[in-house]
Design a protein around this ligand. Structure first.
Ligand code: SF4
Length: 474
């Protein structure tokens, strides 16, 4: 396996891509995993002949909730508090981490078991807990693998998607001192045996939230391994971290979104475990934590909410389908973007979460083919949002001088038919001077890795005029 050295940060995107694009093993791993997800998804989406209508309804529900975010958040807080949960609000990543660490400190500050949470990744919670003196253990198998590897996730639903089973076998052998094996069942059993002990000694369980139901103050967590259920019920304290975009009005909406999330994310009709938690354990109940804390994170979401175009990105249910289908993601994987939120949706929300200066190149890492918008279960117009970012970034930066002059010149010529025709003739006349026998046209930088086809002898306009003439004569 190739060892990459560039730090995975959004400002390093060009170096990260350059490192990964020529790694056949990595590309093979990503291609296999994304293809499998897409094939499985296609099969189960067939269950619903009205899938397209469902996408429209899901979009409208999300729009309605975000248009009334204040109302639904207040309702959620009131109902969750009535059920015994403690709701905290955090303006940014630092405050959210501090709230979680303070709660953990009040309960022993020893071991925290974590179930997979992208919001947790967003605030870098594992490292914050470790800095606060806790042993923070990832219990989702994918997260456990990348924690052993010391890497961030490369996909929002399949964090270790970039690794083959052979690479995981080597990692387990190296880090856990077991004999090498690439048998997934054996490796899973090893992880399970270790993690079971960790659940038993944990003081605090930390989770994300897939959906938050305003009408009851419940949180819903979906997963396939049972680790989230153990993380949220075995320790005495459960801390759930969520962005306020996870809100849904009621259980009726939840049933629609559960149908869409499992299918879009993992190609499952329903995930193996769906936990709906309303408050902590009540008197007379045997299971569940004594305390439930829900940390509601802003971290730029209010800014997104007040932005008429980017607000739509808050509809995202983090299914990862836009990554699986993205031709750029399929080539460079999640780490190539430098953000824990990669792919099309990551390129839209990372500039908000990490700052537009640091993530300015991300919206340009797209072919704008629109496959992401077509597959998104909540019908987010992803490729147009990417264009919105490009427009804003280009306007702010004013582009490179040469680029600006070239675009102005093109604008001037393209708006005048005679100049446009003349420049086309000139290009066709002088293009042979740029011919390279093997590669078509020699073009700087761009042409180093691509063949530029030779231009045709006649323009489309000429060919069309000739066709009309021929048909007139016939
Ligand atoms: S933008 Fe749409 S497709 Fe992408 S992760 Fe979010 S919900 Fe899924």
């Amino acid at each position: 396996m190739t060892k990459f050295t560039t730090p995975i940060e959004p400002e390093n995107i060009k170096l990260l891509i350059a490192e990964r694009i020529h790694d056949p093993q990595l590309r093979g791993n990503i291609a296999r995993a994304t293809k499998t997800s897409l094939v499985k998804r296609a099969v189960v989406v067939e269950d619903f002949p009205d899938w397209e209508e469902m996408r429209g309804v899901a979009h409208d529900i999300k729009r309605h909730v975000m248009d009334n975010a204040g109302k639904y958040l207040a309702q959620f807080e009131e109902r969750a508090s009535s059920a015994g949960a403690q709701v905290h609000f955090a303006a940014d990543a630092e405050q959210a981490s501090r709230i979680v660490c303070d709660i953990a400190a009040r309960h022993g500050r020893r071991v925290a078991v974590k179930s997979k949470s992208m919001t947790g990744e967003e605030i870098d919670l594992t490292h914050a807990l470790e800095r606060a003196g806790l042993e923070a253990i990832e219990t989702d198998l994918g997260e456990y693998i990348i924690q052993l590897a010391g890497e961030p996730p490369s996909h929002i639903t399949a964090p270790a998607l970039h690794k083959s089973r052979g690479e995981i076998g080597q990692l387990f052998a190296e880090k856990l001192g077991i004999a090498y094996s690439d048998d997934p069942e054996y490796l899973t059993k090893v992880a399970r045996r270790i993690l079971r002990e960790d659940f038993l000694r944990a003081d605090v369980g930390v989770s994300g939230v897939n959906f938050a139901v305003a009408e009851s103050g419940s949180i819903c967590i979906v997963e396939n391994e049972g680790n989230a259920r153990l993380s949220t019920t075995m320790p005495k304290v459960h801390i759930a971290v969520m962005g306020f975009e996870k809100l849904l009005p009621d259980f009726e909406s939840l049933s629609l979104f559960l149908n869409m999330l499992g299918r879009s994310a993992t190609g499952q009709r329903i995930t193996c475990y769906t936990s709906v938690l309303t408050g902590p354990r009540r008197a007379g109940e045997h299971d569940g934590p004594e305390e439930l804390h829900i940390v509601v994170l802003d971290n730029g979401r209010t800014r997104m909410l007040s932005d008429p175009q980017l607000r739509e990105a808050l509809f995202c249910i983090r299914c990862g389908a836009c990554m699986n289908v993205c031709p750029v993601y399929q080539k460079i994987g999640g780490h190539g973007y430098g953000s824990i939120y990669p792919g099309p949706i990551g390129s839209i929300i990372t500039p908000v979460f990490r700052g537009v200066e640091r993530a300015a190149a991300m919206p340009f890492a797209s072919s704008l083919c629109g496959a992401c918008s077509e597959i998104c279960p909540v019908r987010i117009d992803l490729h147009h949002l990417l264009m919105t970012w490009r427009e804003r970034i280009s306007e702010k930066r004013q582009g490179k001088i040469a680029e600006r002059i070239a675009m102005r010149l093109f604008q001037f010529i393209a708006a005048r038919t005679a100049y446009f025709d003349f420049s086309g003739r000139l290009f066709r006349m002088f293009a042979p001077l740029l011919r390279d026998s093997d590669r078509g046209l020699r073009t700087p930088v761009w042409g180093r890795t691509r063949a530029f086809p030779a231009p045709p002898e006649k323009s489309f306009k000429q060919l069309w005029a000739e066709k009309i003439e021929r048909e007139g004569e016939a």
